[in-house]
Ligand binder design. Structure first.
Ligand code: GDP
Ligand code: MG
Length: 444
C-alpha cells in the first residue's frame, strides 16, 4: 500500500547509512509499495527510472540537504502521476451536463452527490439531483434531505424498483425543465454476492441515461482493492473521473493511485468530512504530500519555496546592479519574508554567488533581529503600493500615518528607510565594482 511509502520516507530522512545506499534502498521500498498497491509494474519502473535519471542529471541546491532534495524529486515525480502542478478542470465542458455517480455502498456516493450539487450551485449552475438507489430503504430520503438543505430539487420515485427507469425518466424530466447540471446517485449493493447484477445495472443506467461524465466514488481506506474495483466499474460504465472520500480519516488514500491507473481517469475532488461543504478540488501536490507524510514533506517544500523566493530576490538584485531595474521597498518586504522562512540573513548571504563582493559590510549592519523584522513587516503593510514602490515619497506626514497604522513609532519607520538606503548604497557600490570588473575583463 502507498501507506508504506511514508515509512520509507521516514527511514530515508532519518537513516544513518550512506546517501547512495539509502537512495537505493528507498527506491526499492518505493517500488515494493507501489507494486503491492497493484500499480502496474511498467508504471512503477518508469517512475523510478525517471527519479534515478534526475538524480544523475541534477544537483541539489546548496541550501538543501541531499536527502531532502531527493525526497523533493520523488515528490515531484509522484505528483506528476496524479496530474502534476495543475488542479483538474471541474467546470462542465458543455451544458446541460449529466453526471452519474458510481461506487460501492458506504463509500459516500449520496453524501458526495449532495456536496457536488452544493459546489456547482454556488458556482451559479442550475442544479438538480436524481435518486436511483432503489435497494437501500432510506436512500431516497437521505438524498431528499440533502436537497432540501441546499435548496436543490431531487427527482425520485418512492416505492418504484426500476432503477434504470427512474434514472432515465428523472434525467429526461429535469432536462426538459432546463436544469443545467444533473447529478444521478446510484446504488452500491444488491445483496451479498450479487455484484455482477450491480455492475449490470450500472451499465444499463449508463446506456439509457448517456451521462456526460461518470464519476467513480471511492473510499480513501480502500487500499489494494481499489484497482480491481475501479477496473470493474470502468468496464461497466466508462469512468471519466474519480472522487476520493473520507480523506479526513486515518487512511491516506493509497488506493487512489491504483484507481487512477485502472481507469486512466483523473481524480477531481476529495471528500474531507461529512458536512456538505467538505469537498475540495483535488490538488495533486497536496495529495502526494499527504501520501509521503505531510510533516516531513511539508517542511522540505517550505524550505524549497523559501529558496525559490530567495532566488527571485537574488535575480532582482542582479537586475538592480546591472541597472535593468530599480530597488523598491516591495523587494525588501519580499526579502524579509524569505529570510524569516530560511533563517538569518548572514546564512543566506553565504549561499548567494558573488556575495563576497559585499565582504566589507559589517555583519551587524545586515543582521536584523526577528522582532525587528516583524515590526518592519507591519510598517510595510501599512504603506500604499505607491509608497512601497517609491520610498522617497515618505515625508514626515506619511511616516506619522504609517507609524500610527502599524502600531509602531516614527523612529522605527525612519530606521527601516535607513536600512533600505543602506542596501541601495551597497548595491550602487556593487554596480560600480561590476563595471570595474567588466572594464578589467575588457582590457584582457
Ligand atoms: P453511499 O452508500 O455510497 O451513498 O454512502 P453515504 O453517502 O450514505 O455515506 C456513508 C457514510 O460515509 C455516511 O455516514 C457519510 O456521512 C460518510 N461520509 C461520506 N463522505 C465522507 C467524508 O468525506 N468524510 C467522512 N468522514 N465521512 C464521509
Ligand atoms: Mg447512497
Amino acid at each position: 500500500m502507498l501507506e508504506g511509502i511514508r515509512d520509507a520516507v521516514r527511514k530515508f530522512l532519518g537513516g544513518t547509512t550512506s546517501y547512495d545506499v539509502a537512495v537505493d534502498e528507498f527506491i526499492k521500498d518505493l517500488q515494493k509499495a507501489l507494486i503491492s498497491s497493484d500499480v502496474q509494474v511498467k508504471l512503477v519502473f518508469s517512475l523510478t527510472n525517471k527519479i534515478k535519471e534526475r538524480l544523475k542529471k541534477e544537483s541539489p541546491p546548496t541550501s538543501l540537504e541531499r536527502r531532502e532534495w531527493f525526497i523533493k524529486i520523488v515528490y515531484d515525480e509522484l505528483s506528476s502521476l496524479f496530474g502534476g502542478d495543475k488542479e483538474p478542470e471541474v467546470n462542465p465542458g458543455s451544458l446541460p451536463y449529466v453526471i452519474m455517480l458510481v461506487g460501492v455502498q458506504g463509500t459516500g456516493k449520496t453524501t458526495t452527490a449532495g456536496k457536488l450539487a452544493y459546489f456547482y450551485k454556488k458556482r451559479g449552475y442550475k442544479v438538480a439531483l436524481v435518486g436511483a438507489d432503489v435497494y437501500r430503504p432510506a436512500a431516497l430520503e437521505q438524498l431528499m434531505q440533502l436537497g432540501k438543505q441546499i435548496g436543490v430539487p431531487v427527482y425520485g420515485e418512492p416505492g418504484e424498483k426500476d432503477a434504470v427507469g427512474i434514472a432515465k425518466r428523472g434525467v429526461e424530466k429535469l432536462l426538459s425543465e432546463k436544469y443545467e447540471l444533473i447529478i444521478v446517485d446510484t446504488a452500491g449493493r444488491h445483496g451479498y454476492g450479487e455484484e455482477a447484477k450491480l455492475l449490470e445495472e450500472m451499465k444499463e443506467i449508463y446506456e439509457s441515461v448517456k451521462p456526460n461524465e461518470v464519476i467513480l466514488v471511492i473510499d480513501a481506506s480502500l487500499g489494494q482493492k481499489a484497482y480491481d474495483l475501479a477496473k470493474r466499474f470502468h468496464e461497466a460504465s466508462k469512468v471519466g473521473s474519480i472522487i476520493i472520500t473520507k480523506m479526513d480519516g486515518t487512511a491516506k488514500g493509497g488506493g487512489a493511485l491504483s484507481a487512477v491507473v485502472a481507469t486512466g481517469a483523473p481524480i477531481k475532488f476529495i471528500g474531507t468530512g461529512e458536512k456538505i461543504d467538505e469537498l475540495e478540488v483535488f490538488n495533486p501536490k497536496r495529495f502526494v504530500a499527504r501520501v509521503l507524510g505531510m510533516g516531513d514533506v511539508e517542511a522540505i517544500i517550505e524550505k524549497i519555496k523559501a529558496v525559490e523566493d530567495y532566488e527571485g530576490i537574488q535575480k532582482k538584485m542582479q537586475e538592480v546592479t546591472s541597472g535593468k531595474s530599480r530597488l523598491t521597498l516591495r523587494d525588501l518586504y519580499k526579502q524579509i519574508i524569505a529570510m524569516r522562512k530560511m533563517g538569518p540573513l548572514s546564512k543566506i548571504l553565504q549561499l548567494m554567488p558573488g556575495i563576497n563582493l559585499m565582504g566589507d559590510i559589517p555583519e551587524d549592519q545586515i543582521k536584523v533581529g526577528e522582532k525587528k523584522m516583524q515590526r518592519w513587516l507591519a510598517i510595510m503593510n501599512s504603506m500604499t503600493y505607491e509608497e512601497l514602490d517609491n520610498p522617497s515619497l515618505l515625508d514626515k506626514q506619511r511616516m506619522k500615518r504609517i507609524a500610527m497604522g502599524s502600531g509602531t513609532e516614527v523612529e522605527e519607520v525612519k530606521e527601516l528607510i535607513e536600512h533600505f538606503n543602506t542596501i541601495q548604497r551597497t548595491l550602487k557600490v556593487l554596480k560600480r565594482r561590476k563595471k570595474d570588473v567588466e572594464r578589467l575583463l575588457g582590457q584582457l
